[in-house]
Design a protein around this ligand. Sequence first.
Ligand code: IPE
Ligand code: IPE
Ligand code: MG
Length: 248
Amino acid sequence: MSSPRSSSVATAEPELAIVPRHVAVIMDGNGRWARARGKSVIAGHRAGAEAVRRCVKGAILSGVRYLTLYAFSSENWQRTAEEVADLTSLLRFYLRHKVAELHEQNVRLTFIGDLSRFDSGLRGEIERAGKLTAQNTRLTLVLALSYGARDDMLRAAQNIALAARDGEIDPTMMSEQDFGRYLQTSPFPDPDLIVRTSGERRLSNFLLWESAYAELSFLDVMWPDFDETHFAALMLIFPDVNVVLENA
Ligand code: IPE
Ligand code: IPE
Ligand code: MG
């Protein structure tokens, strides 16, 4: 199957390896991993946070340039108050204490999602992490927090309607590219590969617009068990017949 998209991949070493430029991951299975071990759900999320570090390492080793991780969906606010509190404090902890490690790895950390729903403490950590790592160039790590693709598209439509009302744009002349500029994902290329762990085979409101031509890969491994070897295996199955070299 060939893709109409071009420039969708970069080469880590021009003649040696072809890797997707942007990999996006739905990190699922923390709860089931914990239950299978008689542990609390938060223990599953904690173990999941360690898997994030291994995934980032895998992305760096593979030469992937953009890694988007679905960490908290708009729908996840409907989980119990206790689980939401546990998840947000885990996030706060990682942003406060572990971003230095990403910075050392030359990783730029950035965010998509409705961050206004988080408390000011967490928003402060998010801002600090973004500023600290803003100039890094090896990998752009996009954390999707309080993110929903429908929410992002709805906001885009609202902003387009407002701009049209104010005479700033002619909506009838708008292209797909123009529309994409109103999405929070606009600074990043579309994902070439979307991975979901835990055996579930759905997108759960993740990157619906951006995934139009993405390859999809569903792994049976629970997210806390994910490591660099899973990442490397994903690179091997990436169908090189479907790629166009950036410099071709
Ligand atoms: C994914 O793991 C992490 C988040 C959604 C925050 P889950 O918590 O959804 O784990 P399962 O699906 O219950 O196993
Ligand atoms: C998707 O997983 C969201 C994240 C991984 C953050 P969920 O476990 O929340 O999705 P559903 O509810 O099974 O579709
Ligand atoms: Mg789940």
